[in-house]
Design a binder for this molecule. Structure first.
Ligand SMILES: [Mg+2]
Length: 429
């Protein structure tokens, strides 16, 4: 073994990152969201970076994993996935991730969500040590830049009174005109030319009107709508019929593979998902029933960049499209998404990213979108550098929090404004 590549230290830094009041089917984003930054340090002095969810369950798994990694090689990535990680199956079974926005929670998905940050950090460290970009370690890029979509949200102008928060400069968007104005800002600021609206917030007819307004404002440009499973099968079919001429795809209109299969059979719009196919075990039923036509991968919960490529290969074999899902994330994850997306030949849809919504980052330089694309870095590893002062500042915020914001809970955030709010029973409409 090359001793230079031996892990001598792993640093875990939970942070709280400012997040605008973005609305979804479960509630609203909290003013700060938890993320975990992983640093893997080698004997040769390379430090690899990774990022994942920062809620307590993830942190508790990351700590023993960090201990087990010391003394191993950063090239030993397959073995990483065989390390023992105790998860209380009873506690996680049946619970939903982030209020249900990422499908059914399982012990495996929790494990993979933590392992993925370590996998990315090991690949970054390898790349830095060898002087190669991560995409080269995955077989090399097939494109120079990765296209992203503008991720539109219904949102308030500010978080509710009493919540300390620096106001964002996006303004409110609560109707079709507001959504179109937001889309124009995305196009102006970043050059995005495909648009995704997060739905499931208002009754479907209002969201249909918003998509029609977008189609009028951006004729012929790809549009998507994602209500996170808030609709019944009949509602999904009705919306699909009304938007058939303007949608690139409809994302998770309804919950579960059987219901998605029913919608897919009855409408001409392709269905995409990051909720009913979120693990390898869920692929078989969904593909055999033709329930989904596009799978939105997410390297965090699929278990890293190599698993993302495995998923893409399976999708290719079944003629199913592939693109990428996003939760609130920072630049380390955007760099990782871009490196792996650059290597996937059958990625034919713009990827999702929350990054433009994040005014804060832990990098020395923000990653730029030009013409809606992120250029694939040729620098070693992920090609990004940690800003230690910013990391320390965001970690201090996490340390000083009384524990309320350390768990992402969109329903709890909604109750600050609407005390009677309960997570809606799905399908809501
Ligand atoms: Mg989605």
């Amino acid at each position: 073994m090359n001793r230079e590549l031996t892990v001598v230290d792993v640093r875990l830094t939970p942070v709280l990152v400012a997040d605008p009041p973005l609305l979804n089917a479960q509630g609203v984003h909290q003013p700060y969201t938890p993320r975990l930054i992983v640093e893997v340090v080698t004997a040769g002095g390379a430090t690899g970076l990774g990022e994942t969810y920062g809620d307590t369950d993830y942190l508790e798994l990351a700590r023993p994993l960090a201990e087990q990694l010391v003394g191993r090689s950063v090239t030993d990535v397959n073995a990483l996935f065989g390390l023992g990680l105790d998860v209380d199956e009873e506690r996680v079974r049946g619970a939903l991730d982030a209020g249900g926005l990422r499908g059914v929670r399982s012990a495996d998905k929790l494990r993979l969500s933590v392992l993925s940050a370590f996998e990315v950090a090991c690949l970054d460290a390898q790349g830095r040590a060898l002087g190669l970009p991560v995409h080269a370690l995955l077989g090399g890029r097939v494109r120079d830049a990765v296209e992203y979509s503008a991720y539109l949200f219904y949102k308030w102008g500010a978080h509710p009174d009493g919540v300390p928060y620096e106001p964002d400069d996006w303004g409110a968007a609560l109707d079709p005109a507001g959504i179109v104005a937001q889309a124009r800002l995305f196009a102006e600021r970043y050059g995005f030319s495909s648009f995704k609206l997060k739905g499931g917030v208002f009754p479907p007819e209002q969201e249909v009107a918003a998509v029609h307004a977008l189609a009028e404002a951006f004729p012929g440009q790809p549009l998507r709508l994602d209500p996170n499973g808030a609709w019944s099968v009949p509602t999904s079919l009705k919306v699909a019929a009304e938007l058939a001429d303007v949608l690139e795809y409809l994302e998770d209109p309804t919950l579960g593979t059987p219901a998605m299969a029913e919608v897919a059979a009855g409408c001409g719009v392709p269905l995409a998902t990051n909720m009913c196919v979120t693990t390898f075990g869920e692929i078989r039923e969904a593909f055999l029933r033709d329930a989904v036509q596009v799978v939105l991968s997410d390297h965090h919960y699929w278990g890293g960049l190599r698993n993302t490529r495995h998923l893409a290969a399976i999708c290719a074999a079944f003629g199913v499209g592939v693109s990428m899902h996003s939760n609130t994330h920072l630049g380390i994850s955007l760099a990782a998404m871009t490196q792996v997306a650059a290597t996937v030949p059958n990625l034919h849809h713009a990827c999702d990213s929350h990054y433009p919504w994040q005014s804060e980052d832990v990098l020395t330089e923000r990653i730029e979108f030009r013409d809606g694309r992120v250029a694939v870095s040729e620098r070693p590893g992920l090609g990004v550098e940690l800003d230690r002062d910013e990391l320390a500042r965001l970690h201090r915020r996490w340390t000083e929090d009384d524990g309320r914001l350390r768990e992402r809970d969109d329903a709890a955030a909604m109750r600050v404004a609407e005390p009677g709010w309960r997570t809606p029973v799905m399908p809501r409409w």
